[in-house]
Write a protein that binds this ligand. Structure first.
Ligand SMILES: [Zn+2]
Ligand SMILES: [Zn+2]
Length: 661
């Protein structure tokens, strides 16, 4: 008999057989998504093959309920890519398929004919400088040869990397090839859509978490039939099914957002390399502050290195001032007088300002006035944050929200004091100090719709606002020529997190946000407020000196044995019962350690330890870290399914996590 072989997005390492409705040719269902009964649930699966099997009445095969797609979504590349993902990130085939072809993607009810936007093409061509020209011709030479190659474009901020990408993309399009360009932050979408549509008109599609399931389907379809040639988007845009990829650009490649944390924990940079190889395409990683891993690859000549070490039109890099927060006079405010002074002068010159603080809300610490107890989230091991208008207390991890004031759970006191500074408080202070300044605050509290991003972009560009205040959403990629002052309110937010990437991230963040200053005709300046003015991350960020920062930090990695000197994996155990998760982690550690010895894998196992946030949403979390060679880690990970944990314990593994927190 003939059955359908279906990959189902559940954590079981096999595919499942289903019967098909009478009157349908099973061959026509292969490569499509189907609705299936699965245990007591109804799931969506991916038909990967139709098979001949011996008839066996004891099998009790179920019939699929509905064929979802009219057209085939899974092609040969998808099959191979799903296999690669399932083997390299430890997940089932069905889970791998679900990251490539989203389950929720929905065909439109009716294919509307030609609602194509016709963009006015202004052909606003920029003249490239010598460094940009060299970069473009080196990369285009690879495109001409149809050979797979990877380049790191290491260019200081405002060195014109985007113009390099655009010229290479244009070259690829002229060869009738396609392009994918990834950007790290959804807030940057309007800016890049603006730049790219001016150059490429309606050949471009946009893909990110904000678009609807129907829009996603349409975009997949258009990419497949060649109606669009370029896709601009976030991490998952890496899977858009172009038939003939010529170039993949990953802008700000150092961003940890290119790594998916949830299962399957794929890394878009690795997927880019895989697809680049498959299509004989060019992969471009761009950054002013490359990750240590990528820069090391370039140093070791595993990938090409292209340096753009001057700003376009030989503009100066901004002057960076590091100011110690220790000399604060009024402990209640985080705005130092020097900072206030600079803002006021910049406003007087009618120039714009970016104020950056990576902490949203009003105040991150709430304390009982009577007994001094700090309010933690009842479900998580983390402090709650005070938000104003309306006055609420929120947990930024699980979303728990309470009205303020709270009743102290220790002494039942009803009065609380708040300490520390978040973006809301900085906004209040700025409004008080600069009554006429127009301020826009962008953080995940104000960015509720994707329209907000367009408002910010247009508002700053058209000088409707004087000050853009916000979290990491405003820290990178923006190109506003009238911004001449950037203030980093607290540069230390990452510095003392216990992860191996904390110093690197601090350096990257300061350099990136500083790079938003002075991109136009007026020289920019930057103020960095920190409690650690002597730290080398501050020192090298001040001098825009990536190479020397790299040289010091890479020695730390070598000494402590972290990537790029070894591969890592993080095993996560979770349970609502603390005792069980502790027992399970101890047992799992022993289980893996024994296997490590008996298989002579020579891996290093660390832990088990409580996660950085040990309790999240009433669930206790423990980590085991594995260091060593990726191949061996994957070998060991295969045994995880043989481990018998107790009731309610979840065991997961993240291969090459972006950090170990
Ligand atoms: Zn109290
Ligand atoms: Zn919480």
């Amino acid at each position: 008999m003939i059955v359908l072989d279906v990959a189902v997005p559940v954590p079981l390492n096999k595919t499942f057989h289903y019967l098909y409705p009478e009157g349908i040719n099973p061959e026509n269902i292969v490569g499509k998504r189907v609705k299936i009964p699965f245990g007591k649930r109804i799931l969506i699966g991916y038909v990967v093959a139709c098979l001949y099997i011996e008839e066996d009445p004891s099998l009790k095969l179920k019939q699929l309920m509905e064929v979802i797609d009219d057209e085939v979504l899974i092609d040969n590349e998808t099959v191979e890519l799903a296999d690669y993902i399932s083997k390299n990130y430890i997940c089932s085939l069905g889970e791998a398929y679900s990251s490539i072809i989203p389950i929720s993607m929905q065909a439109p009810k009716r294919i509307s004919r030609n609602t194509k936007n016709v963009f006015e093409l202004s052909y606003e061509r920029h003249i490239l400088n010598a460094q940009q020209r060299n970069a473009v011709s080196a990369i285009n030479a690879s495109l001409d040869k149809n050979s797979y190659s990877v380049f790191l474009v290491h260019g200081v901020t405002a060195s014109g990397k985007t113009e390099v990408y655009i010229n290479v993309i244009e070259h690829a399009l002229n060869q009738d090839k396609n392009a994918i360009m990834l950007i790290p932050e959804i807030s940057l979408t309007p800016q890049f859509v603006d730049i790219m549509t001016r150059r490429f008109g309606s050949k471009i599609g946009v893909w990110h978490s904000g678009i609807t399931n129907v829009e996603k389907y349409k975009l997949f379809h258009k990419a497949k039939i060649g109606e669009i040639k370029i896709v601009l988007g976030a991490r998952s845009a890496i899977f858009v099914p172009f038939k003939k990829l010529g170039v993949i650009v990953i802008d700000e490649e150092h961003e940890h957002k290119y790594k998916q944390e949830q299962k399957p924990s794929y890394d878009a940079r690795e997927i880019a390399k895989w697809r680049g190889k498959y299509h004989n395409a060019v992969v471009i990683f761009g950054s002013a502050t490359p990750s240590l891993e990528t820069y090391t690859d370039a140093q070791e000549k595993k990938i090409g290195l292209i340096e753009l070490n001057e700003r376009i039109d030989k503009k100066d890099l901004p002057e960076v001032k590091i100011i110690s927060l220790k000399k604060r006079l009024f402990k209640t405010s985080l705005l130092l007088s020097e900072t206030v002074d600079s803002i006021s002068k910049t406003l007087a010159r009618k120039e714009q300002i970016i104020v950056f603080l990576n902490r949203r809300g009003y105040s991150p610490v709430i304390m009982c006035k009577k007994c001094g107890t700090v309010f933690q989230c009842p479900k998580c091991s983390i402090s709650m944050v005070f938000h104003k208008n309306p006055d609420l207390v929120k947990c930024h991890y699980c979303g728990e929200t309470k009205h303020f004031p709270l009743t102290c759970f220790v002494c039942k006191g009803r009065e609380a004091a708040v300490f520390g500074t978040g973006t809301q408080k900085v906004e209040d202070e700025l409004k008080r100090l600069f009554k006429n300044a127009k301020i826009f605050r962008l953080d995940s509290d104000t960015a509720s719709t994707k329209k907000v991003y367009a408002d910010v972009y247009n508002g700053i560009k058209n000088e409707k606002y004087d000050i853009l205040l916000g979290t990491q959403m405003i820290a990178k990629g923006f190109d506003f020529p009238r911004v001449t002052l950037v203030c980093v309110i607290d540069a230390d937010t990452y510095l003392y997190l216990p992860g191996f990437k904390s110093v690197e991230r601090t350096f990257q963040l300061i350099t990136q946000v500083a790079g938003r200053s002075g991109r136009g005709n007026v020289k920019g300046s930057v103020i960095v407020q920190t409690n650690n003015p002597m730290h080398y991350a501050m020192k090298y960020a001040k001098n825009h000196d990536f190479v020397n920062f790299y040289n010091i930090e890479i020695e730390q990695r070598k000494k402590m044995l972290y990537p790029p000197y070894c591969d890592v994996a993080k095993i996560v155990l979770r349970n609502k019962n603390e005792q069980r998760v502790d027992e399970d982690s101890e047992n799992l550690f022993t289980f893996l350690n024994d296997l490590n010895d008996s298989c002579e894998l020579e891996l290093k196992l660390l832990g088990p330890v409580p996660a950085y946030i040990a309790k999240l949403n009433n669930t206790y979390r423990r980590h085991i870290i594995i260091k060593g060679e990726r191949k061996k880690i994957l070998h060991l990970a295969k045994f995880l399914e043989n481990f018998k944990q107790s009731l309610g314990t979840f065991v997961g593994i993240e291969i090459m996590p972006s950090d170990l927190l």
